[in-house]
Structures are given as C-alpha cells and as structure tokens.
Design a protein around this ligand. Sequence first.
Ligand SMILES: [Mn+2]
Length: 268
Amino acid sequence: MIKLSVLGIPHDDNSSFMRGAAEAPDLIRRELHCDAYSMWSETGVDLSVAGRLMDHGDIKFDSAADPWDVIEQNVGRVMESGDPLICLGGDHAITHPIMRAVRRRHPNLTILHIDAHADIYHAYQGNLRSHASPFARIMEERLADRLIQVGLRTVNDHHREQFKRFGVEVVEAARWRENLRLDVTTPVYISMDMDALDPACAPGVSHREPGGLTTRQVIDLIHTLDQPVVAADIVEYNPRCDISNLTATVAAKLLKEIGGMMVKTTRT
Ligand SMILES: [Mn+2]
C-alpha cells in the first residue's frame, strides 16, 4: 500500500504582517480527523485505511539551531521512507528549506505553486527569508526545473522582472479558465498557499486578496495532474483570522485531495 507522510512545520517568524500561521498544523489535523467528515478523497482513495497516513508530528524549534537547517534536516529524514510527503505550515517562507531537502531526492521536478502572491521578491522589508521571497531563493538555488504559478492577483513590475529572470510560468487569476491543463512532464511538488482561494472560501489567512479561485477550481486543477505528486505543502492558514474553522476545513479537504493524487500518481 502506498503511504503518505504528514509533517507539521509550525513556523511563522518570517511573516511580514501578522503571526498565527504557526498555530495551523494541529487545527488542520483536527478537521481532517473530525467525525463530521469522510476520509475518502474524491480521487477514490480512502485516507482512513490503517497505516495510510504516517503523521510525523510537528518539528520542534529551539533557539540555538538555524530553523532553516532544522526544517531541511527533518524533511530529509521523513522523506527517507520514500513515501510522498505533505508538510503543514507555517508561513510560506518554509517552502525554501523544504525544497532543499526535496530536491536532493528529485533531480527532475516541477513546482506547481498556487497562491494569490508570487512570493518572489528578491527581499521583503529587508528580509531575504521573508514569506514574500521563498521562490526567489528556490530559483537562485535551482531547487526546481520549472516553477508554474497559478492564481496570482498582486503582480507588480518587480515580480515581472523576477519572472523573466527565472523563467517563471504564470497563470494570473485574471487569466484563469475552466479546464486549465498544465503541461507537466516531471514529478511535481505542490505548494498550496491558502490565500490563493478567494477569501469567501478561505477567510483564515493573513493577507486576504479578493478575486481568488474557488475551492472547486483549486481541487479540479490538482486533479488534472498526471505526473507523480511527490511532495507538497499547505501554508499560510492563519487560525487567528478564521471564521468558524472554515479555512481549517478547506485545508483538510485540500490535504485529502493532494494526498489522494499522491496515491494515484505514485509509480510503483
Ligand atoms: Mn499568498
């Protein structure tokens, strides 16, 4: 049986505006395992089967060690099993050290990054590790062969320069169309920022950006993938901004659909 690893990364020190994303992992788990919902994914995969989900708990951060080294080492350790991995953030900054570990196992890799924001500022408020900058670091370090960004609606001139510099492929929310199919030819990493969704669908984020995708559109996009989904993150859920745990429920739903696709696409 194909297993899935889950790892919590409760880290939000590099958020530019508001803390709280570090409180997300346990709240997503609570909705995932809540008796109100089915553990079946729409992909036909039952995540409640004994042994299917291997939850590795949350990374512990202490002040002595560089958190980037701690994240890279923990992700690398969990990935030694060879099972697909879903990381629960945390803010989006964590994707950089996650990718350092993922890249070592995957010499061919495309990132599907679903977000309201490009997160590709060279630096933000002087912070090279800002949650607005992980994809600048990832592309500088060549941690992926391709970066495809979907759902953006905050693009500025600096971002456009960065897109050109790094060869980023962008589908802004304004260019969204139904039946969008991405021509991906390598294993995939999904970086799922909850603020890609319209705030009506997912209000529990630090940066609400209206005009976003619906939950249905994001799920359908994920379901179009036909390459192995080898790892993923679900980031930027901020419980302090949520309404009635709605966004935690959506994050748990996306975990089920990403996990289902991981099982469906794994080559054995
Ligand atoms: Mn975002």
